[in-house]
Structures are given as C-alpha cells and as structure tokens.
Design a protein around this ligand. Structure first.
Ligand code: F6P
Length: 495
C-alpha cells in the first residue's frame, strides 16, 4: 500500500535531478485578514485537498494564483511562501492577477464557458471573446512563472485542470528544444462527448494546448475515450484507442485514467481523536439536536453541478411519504459559497434557500426543523465532526469528475458504520458500488433510498462500509500520485 513515506522515496528515486513543479489556478493555502491579524485557511477544493499531501511528501514548488486578501503580506522574493504555514514542507509560488484578469480568465472563460461545457447539467456555456483573450493572456503569465522557475534546468511540470488548457503548449513553444521539460496535465472535471464539446468556438486551440502534454490524465476511462473521440473527429491526428495514445504533428501524448483520492490513513486516524467527539457535542448543542435524532449530512461547494436542490426535493418526498420521521430526522447541508459573481450561481443559491424555507415550513415540529443549511467556511475539525455524527451522507452530483466528499466520508467511518448515498453520475460511483447509488434526477426513487439508508441493518452497513474503506485505503492519494509519476518518468526514456 502506498504511504506518504513510500511516495516520498519513490519520488526521490524516480525524479532524481528533476525539479517537481505543480501548477494550478487554486492555491492550497489562502492568507486573509481577521481584523488586523493575518490568518489562513484551506480552500474547499477537491484538487488542493488531494494534492497538498502529495506535495508535503514530495517537496517542490506549487505555482498558483494568489487570491487571498493577505497573500501579498506573507511572501518573500515577491511571491514565495513556505507551506503548510504551521509546518513548511514545500514552496507555494503565488502569481498575481488583476481583478479584470481574474474576472475574464477565472469567472469568465473557465467557469462560464469550460465548466458548464464539461459538466452535462443543462446550464448553457457562455462564450465571450474578451474572456477568451484574457484566458489566453493569463495562461501566458502562468507559463512565464513556470519557465522562470525551471530556469533551464530539468523539470517535471504537473499542470492541473481546465483553467490552464493552453499552458503546456505555451511552455513548450517558449522553451526551445524541450528536452529538459516533461509535462503532465490532470483534468479534474469530466470530458464530454464530441457532440457537446464541438459548440466551443475555440475547441481547436484548446485541444492543441492539451496535446502539447506528454501525459494527459482523467479520473475515469470514459472521459479519456470522450477526449480521444473529440480529437479524432476534429483534428488530423492519429488516435490509437488501444495504446491510449494520440500523435499530433509528430508529438505523442498518452491519455490515461488515474482516479484521484484522499489521504485515507490521515482522515481515518483524525476521525478517532477525542477532540472530534468534543466538537460533535458542541455542534449538537449549537443545533439543538438530541440523542435519538437521525442525522444526515451533505458537504459541498454551493455549485449547480452538485445536485443540492435535487437532494432537498428527495428529502421532501421522503418526509411526505414517511411522516413518522417528522421531528426525528435532521439533514445538515454544509458548505461554502462559490463563484458568487456568476449569475448561474446566484440562481442556484436562491433556489436552495427557497427549498430549505419551504421544507422547513412544511415539516416543522415546534422549534424542530428538518434542514439545517450552513453557509460558512467550517474548520477541518467541524467537517470531521459532521462526517462522524451523520449516520448517512448524501453526494448527489448531477455530473462530477470524481467527488472526494464521498471518499472523505468513507475514510472517516473508522468503525464501519454509516451509509453513503452516491450519485451514479460521479467518477466515485465506479469505485464504490457498495454505496447506495442513486439517480439525482428521480426524486421519488431518491427519497426511497434515504429511507433505505436509515433502515439499513448494522450488519449490512458494516459489510458495505468495510468494502468501501478497503477500496479507498488501497487506492489512496499517494497511489494516484505514484501512478502519475511512474508514467511521467517513462517519457524521459521514451519507453
Ligand atoms: O476539484 C474540482 C474543482 O473543479 C477544481 O478544479 C477546483 O479547484 C475546485 O473544484 C473548486 O473550485 P474553485 O477553485 O473555483 O473554488
């Protein structure tokens, strides 16, 4: 089994004299002001939560956009800060963007065009020429920052996600003969079928950008196949479905699946700490919960891909059809607001608020209300307490590359109790068939599944949770990173 230590040894053996540079939009630690004090928090991002333990094990440099209000105050050499702030293990190199650049590149092209384009959730992508221009410009700024860091040395560059689709090509174009640079990119969100992708006016530039990588990774094989089909339909490229390889203008790119994961052992151990029980007691007091209450939880960024209204509608169906649970059932929906300046996010937040209000009005019993909706940046300890106090967890994404909340819930259930209700449309569903799999678009069936979760015998819970824990423990985040690095190294020797 891969551990932080074995990954660290693997990296020093395989990467040898190569620099290891990770690049992403989102940074793993964000510094902000609390009054006059500077503090920091870990953003609610699957990508950063997954990669931070890898960087802690491997060391190296992580280049990302510095988005916190106090980010500039803590850096040295104009952009570097050692992280994790309490126990530094690697360098975070921050890249600065103007508000206009953030608006066009992040809110605009990344999240109003590519995000809805890749997630099939019936939210129309918006393609704005000026956003696209800024997206290109910002990818160039990332390339400058990377090449400055490489400084003609040998480097493995591990690029993350859809914000940086043009980056590999810009890096390779600007670097000269490229024998010193190997790039891999991991696409953390789904890749749609060619029919869907072809509406993007700049699809060729995006595909060319990605094909400059030596290795391109997706969570599941289905997304790799969609990508290869998209290339086959649109470009004069040789697509080898058997070898999972694309050759374009003489350059080969391997396209492979690597299901991302969590640091299972750390979560499982942290779940057993006595401070978690203290926090559970605090939260129960704060929410006025009593011992016999059946507690469910959902933890998400408030995003329209997560199926939050759909899970609320399922809870409505469940309570309507099973009134004996009114007053005895509470669902805690926790999370933080995300991408709030985008209209589609404003709409989904209004819809969630309205549903919570209606359901709480319909099924209130005295002061007891069935839904508690939290919109705050909860500490890691509170999130752990929520996972521990809930006898079931709902992940109801309408479409999701992987979904790490599902794996975090499993990793936290060290006593093999608890039930995971999981959307079939997540990458995680492929690895966790022992969850109760649901179609979030079918509220009645979904409501029935909530009842099934509540009524599941302790023996069945144990059997299912044990199997899921074995899967997540074996396929942990260190295995994911080791698999990517093992593949990357092959490019040096052309194996
Ligand atoms: O984990 C998937 C992901 O899309 C990441 O790409 C992203 O960092 C994360 O969700 C959170 O979104 P944001 O960085 O926009 O807050």
């Amino acid at each position: 089994m891969w551990t932080s230590k074995s990954l660290s040894e693997h990296v020093s053996e395989k990467l040898r004299d190569y620099l290891f540079i990770v690049v992403s939009n989102r940074e793993p630690y964000i510094h902000t002001f609390k009054g006059n004090e500077i503090t920091y928090y870990v953003p609610p991002s699957g990508l950063t939560v997954a990669l931070d333990p890898v960087m802690r094990a491997c060391g190296g440099t992580w280049i990302a956009y510095g988005s916190g209000s106090a980010d500039r105050k803590v850096v040295y050499k104009g952009h570097n800060v050692a992280v994790p702030p309490d126990e530094p293990k690697y360098t975070l190199k921050r890249l600065w963007l103007t508000p206009e650049q953030e608006e066009g590149y992040y809110s605009g092209f990344s999240n109003e065009a590519l995000w809805p384009l890749c997630h099939i959730v019936y939210t129309r992508p918006m393609f704005d020429e000026s956003d696209w221009k800024i997206y290109k410009k910002v990818n160039t700024l990332f390339a400058q920052s990377v090449l400055e860091e490489v400084n003609n040395k040998k480097a493995f560059i591990f690029i993350q996600d859809y914000h940086l689709a043009l980056l590999p090509k810009i890096i390779k174009d600007q670097n000269g003969d490229n024998s010193n640079i190997i790039t891999a990119q991991f696409w953390h969100i789904p890749w749609p079928n060619p029919e869907v992708f072809r509406i993007c006016p700049w699809q060729l530039e995006i595909l060319e950008g990605l094909l400059a990588n030596d290795l391109l990774g997706f969570h599941i094989r289905y997304h790799c196949n969609n990508f290869m089909e998209t290339v086959a339909r649109n470009m004069e490229a040789r697509v080898d479905l058997e070898r999972h390889e694309i050759t374009y203008k003489g350059k080969k790119t391997a396209v492979q699946s690597f299901p991302i994961s969590v640091d299972f052992d750390e979560l499982s151990q942290k779940a057993q700490k006595s401070e978690v029980q203290d926090e559970i007691n605090n939260l129960k007091t704060r929410f006025g919960l009593h011992e016999e209450e059946i507690i469910g939880v959902g933890i998400d960024r408030y995003d329209y891909t997560k199926g939050i209204p759909d899970r609320l509608r399922a809870i409505d169906c469940f309570l309507k059809n099973n009134p004996q649970y009114i007053g005895k059932f509470v669902f805690i929906q926790a999370g933080v607001a995300s991408r709030e300046n985008i209209e589609a996010y404003k709409v989904i937040n209004r819809e969630i608020d309205k549903l919570v209000e209606d359901i709480n009005w319909k099924y209130a019993m005295g002061p007891h209300k069935p839904i508690i909706c939290l919109r705050e940046n909860l500490s890691q300890l509170s999130l752990m307490a929520l996972r521990r106090m809930a006898s079931f967890c709902i992940v109801s994404s309408l479409h999701d590359g992987m979904n790490l909340v599902a794996k975090e819930y499993v990793a936290s259930r060290f006593d093999n109790t608890g039930v995971l209700i999981l959307s079939r449309f997540t990458g995680a569903a492929r690895e966790l068939p022992d969850a109760l799999l649901i179609n979030p678009y079918a509220p009645d069936e979904f409501g029935e599944t909530i009842k099934r979760a509540i009524k599941m015998s302790p023996e069945e819970q144990q059997k299912r949770m044990k199997k899921m824990r074995e899967v997540v423990q074996e396929n942990n985040i260190f295995k994911w990173a080791a698999d990517v690095i093992t593949e990357l190294v092959k490019f040096e020797f052309g194996v």
